[in-house]
Design a binder for this molecule. Structure first.
Ligand code: NAP
Ligand code: F7E
Length: 328
């Protein structure tokens, strides 16, 4: 059986990828940080097939040990401080985990896999946030980077060091430049889930309104379940390469609000939405839209869930969760 090691196993993508690889017959190992990680229960209950391995992206020896224990054929680096807003307040931590963490894991792979004929295949979770103040629209693999947050800067380092290790040490290292992808497992701090959860709670009479920041931002939002397939496909190719993964459509937060509220029968969302400057960022990424032609032609990848389908999926899930939580 092939063996996969995933950092960020407790996050949204880690959960989808673990499920996907398990269904493909992989032995799945996942890096879990902390001495009493609150998400261990989730792993044990919902993903009993995942073998947890202790460690932290800030700690090289723990990564070496984790690779020695799991002996993976494929390593997926999904672990990161991934919340852009938080990266402005904890920039050094973000640089250390989201940026330097990639370097540590690549070094661990070189140490454990050997420097020549290294068989371990590596996936780096790069991000559309690297395009930031976009130089062209839509963005593809050749578009120059102009990050607008400490998170974006750390991801540029992670991306560049992945390319550099591929070119310097002949590692099979790929970088997936993924645009926003969401779903029922998305953290409540991100705008899509914040909205779908609030809509469910408003419908059930559990809250009156939702307070947001910049409503003008536009994103290319896809479904996380579709995007983890692209990660895996990258590691099945003959040659390592980098790919943009996106839907090619962009939507505003106002469109998201309209769809989410309509899903529960509310035609006018305005009375339920407030704004607070505390949710605005020091610098914004205003318009992201990805050109994933390379992934579509070379990997044969295509998204299956469209934007209205994604919003529906998320609102229905939050209605289910909130009603069962409040009927106990
Ligand atoms: P997420 O839900 O925020 O998950 C982040 C994961 O990183 C969690 O499992 C977290 O563990 C782990 N982590 C944090 N600090 C760590 C550390 N010091 N050592 C080891 N692990 C650590 O993120 P996601 O949405 O699944 O995204 C997965 C990856 O793709 C991230 O690298 C993100 O930056 C990148 N990305 C995401 C998107 C998107 O739209 N979702 C788009 C492009 C790129 P705990 O649970 O223990 O905190
Ligand atoms: O913000 C605006 C906010 O936090 C989206 C991460 O997975 O995708 C994600 O980063 C937009 C921004 O995601 C609120 O200003 C308005 O313009 O949901 P988000 P993100 O910043 O796009 C990229 C690709 C990643 O790589 C990241 O890891 O929504 N916005 N009002 C708000 N955002 C939040 N969170 N909360 C608000 O109240």
């Amino acid at each position: 059986m092939p063996r996969a090691f995933i950092t960020g196993i407790t996050g949204q993508d880690g959960q989808h990828l673990a499920e996907f690889l398990h269904n493909k017959g992989y032995d799945v190992f996942g890096l879990v940080k902390g001495q009493n990680n609150p998400r261990m229960d989730l792993l044990r209950d919902e993903f009993p097939f995942v073998q947890p391995v202790p460690g932290d992206l800030a700690d090289l020896p723990s990564l070496v040990k984790a690779l020695e224990t799991s002996q993976p054929d494929e390593v997926y680096n999904l672990g990161a401080i991934s919340f852009v807003a938080m990266s402005f307040n904890q920039a050094e931590l973000t640089a250390n985990i989201t940026g330097l963490g990639v370097l540590r894991l690549l070094e661990a792979i070189r140490m454990v896999g050997g420097t020549s004929n290294n068989k371990i295949r590596f996936y780096q979770a790069s991000s559309s946030e690297m395009f930031g103040k976009v130089r062209e629209t839509p963005q593809n693999e050749m578009t120059p980077f102009h990050p607008r947050s400490p998170y974006g800067c750390a991801k540029v380092f992670g991306h560049d060091i992945t390319v550099n290790y591929r070119e310097s040490y002949d590692l099979f290292a790929c970088s997936g430049i993924l645009f926003n992808h969401e779903g029922p497992r998305r953290g409540l701090e991100f705008v899509t889930r914040k909205i779908t959860n609030a809509v469910a709670r408003i419908k059930l009479g559990l809250q009156d309104s939702v307070t947001l920041g910049n409503l003008d931002a536009k994103r290319d939002w896809g479904y996380a379940g579709d995007y983890v397939k692209a990660m895996w496909l990258m590691l099945q190719q003959d040659q390592p390469d980098d790919y943009v993964v996106a839907t090619g459509e962009t939507h505003s937060i106002e469109e998201l609000l309209a769809l989410a509220f309509a899903e529960v029968g509310i035609d006018d969302w305005h009375p339920y939405v407030k704004q607070d400057p505390k949710y605005f960022r020091p610098a914004e990424v205003d318009l992201l839209i990805g050109d994933s032609t390379k992934a579509r032609t070379k990997l044969g990848w295509a998204p299956e869930v469209d934007f209205p389908g994604l919003v529906k999926l998320m609102v229905e899930n939050d209605l289910r969760i909130e009603s069962s939580r409040n009927s106990r």
